[in-house]
Design a protein around this ligand. Structure first.
Ligand code: DQA
Length: 147
């Protein structure tokens, strides 16, 4: 089972970026936690972070035959039809994650282009959201494999 973790713009700044909103963990802290959990579950995991929309689309296309995707598209969540189209085109089972609760913030963050086309969304659990997404994908994909 192969799962890609994709992080969008400014998430490379985690730890320093508005820690009261996004937490004190760096992206590499979060990736380390996910790597450990993936190891326990026997899941192959890979990480990509980019600040550019096209690179995120390219990463999704390059992993089209992978089993699952955990995506935090950052601000592109609220603007990017291209990222939503890439996920829909590949049909990869996807969980959308946001560290902050986007529905408790500015109105422009309430709309996600991804939400209507992903399996599910986790918003507001901080870095725990990524771990919850990994567990959920692992369970769902395991169920699928035995069905
Ligand atoms: C975010 C929420 C977005 O609105 C914001 O632009 C981000 C991070 C989150 O993880 O809470 O960059 O996706």
């Amino acid at each position: 089972m192969r799962i890609l973790v994709l992080n969008g713009p400014n998430l490379n700044l985690l730890g320093r970026r508005e820690p009261e909103i996004y937490g004190r963990q760096t992206l590499s802290d979060i990736e380390g936690l996910l790597r450990g959990r993936a190891n326990d579950l026997g899941v192959e995991i890979a990480f990509t972070q980019s600040n550019s929309e096209g690179a995120l689309v390219d990463a999704i296309q390059a992993h089209a035959d992978w089993d699952g995707l955990i995506v935090n598209a950052g601000a592109y969540t609220h603007t990017s039809l291209a990222i939503a189209d890439a996920i829909q085109a590949t049909q990869i089972l996807t969980v959308e994650v946001h560290l902050s609760n986007i529905y408790a913030r500015e109105r422009f963050r309430h709309r996600s282009f991804l939400a209507p086309i992903v399996w599910g969304q986790i918003s507001g659990l901080g870095y725990h959201g990524y771990l919850a997404a990994l567990d959920a994908l692992h369970r769902r994909l395991s169920d699928r494999a035995t069905a």
